[in-house]
Design a protein around this ligand. Structure first.
Ligand SMILES: [Zn+2]
Length: 306
């Protein structure tokens, strides 16, 4: 199984029971020790250079600005009993509370490789939940405004004839390292989509469709994009991927011996079998692997190390 990866493992008790108690949340919001995890748009607050860290704000220093927050969401409670609340701070709120020297809002993926895992997970959690609030201001059933409930873990339609409750969602996506056994040495399938950054090559991935198990999605995606038939599929682990709301489910899959690739060129620009030696020196082929914060890279590195 794949070890813990960035964006998961924030270490907080998610405090599901406390979410349902508005008085508990009100007390947390008036407690000066409560820690605020600020988000501005999809950007997270960090400070530092090589030893970059998440910047949390003390509630007593930011509390007046929270009234201007577009959304608040309880993330959880730490082992000291302190509440962590994510706050979407707009420009007006930020003008009321100038940032400490060295702190700045930045896109999480730009710094996640240098962040400690719990910090990356906390910022990913806050980013994902507040992104959902921004995208769910209106009820998707009737179009009326929707209001936050359950300490920011639900939104309820304000139309009394509708009243539907909407919950944060994670879209399941499969990501697959396909290998082909001998004769000869084992090889793996890497490919790149037309729209990807120049040179990037990676494992295959796709969203799970309605009425489909994740195992079926693996077989379908690989078949559609490469024509390769699989003889075995093995689950390896998962990673929350809050860019904006996916849950990556990683698999190793084995192709039939001698399987040839018939590329779907609408979807993929290039794709072929690579030996371990080729992947280990991928730069010499003009390609680059995904960044180390991704489960795709972990799948490739695991295969490389045998
Ligand atoms: Zn509605």
């Amino acid at each position: 199984m794949i070890p813990a990866l960035p964006y998961g493992g924030c270490g907080l008790d998610r405090a599901a029971r406390q979410r349902a108690d508005p008085e508990w949340m009100a007390r947390a919001l008036s407690d000066p020790r409560t820690l605020i995890v600020p988000v501005n748009g999809d950007r997270s607050l960090v400070a530092g250079g090589d030893d970059v860290r998440a910047v949390l704000l003390a509630n007593d220093t930011i509390n007046d600005a929270l009234a201007h927050s577009a959304a608040l969401a309880l993330l959880g409670v730490d082992e000291r009993g302190l509440a962590y609340i994510a706050a979407d701070l707009d420009e007006a709120a930020l003008q009321m509370h100038p940032l400490a020297t060295g702190a700045s809002f930045i896109e999480l993926r730009r710094v996640s490789a240098r962040l400690p895992h719990p910090d990356a997970a906390l910022l990913a959690y806050a980013r994902g939940l507040l992104h959902w609030h921004r995208r769910t201001r209106f009820c998707s059933d009737c179009g009326a405004p929707a209001e936050s409930r359950s300490a920011g873990h639900a939104r309820v339609c304000t139309n009394p004839e509708c009243g539907v409750t909407h919950f944060p969602r994670s879209d399941p996506a499969i990501i697959v390292l396909v290998t082909r056994p001998g004769p000869g040495e084992e090889v793996c399938l890497l490919a790149r989509q037309h729209r990807w950054p120049r040179g990037l090559i990676s494992t295959l991935a796709g969203f799970v469709e309605p009425g489909e198990s994740v195992e079926e999605a693996v077989v379908r995606e690989i078949g559609e994009e490469t024509g390769v038939r699989l003889t075995g599929v093995r689950y390896c682990g998962s990673q929350p991927w809050p860019f904006p709301s996916s849950l990556m489910l990683a698999f190793r899959a084995e192709a039939e011996p001698g399987a040839e690739i018939r590329l779907d060129t609408d979807e993929l620009e290039t794709g072929r079998w690579f030996s371990r030696a080729e992947v280990a020196a991928i730069g010499e082929l003009g390609f680059k692997l995904p960044t180390r914060d991704s489960i795709a890279r972990t799948l490739v590195d695991d295969w490389l190390s045998g």
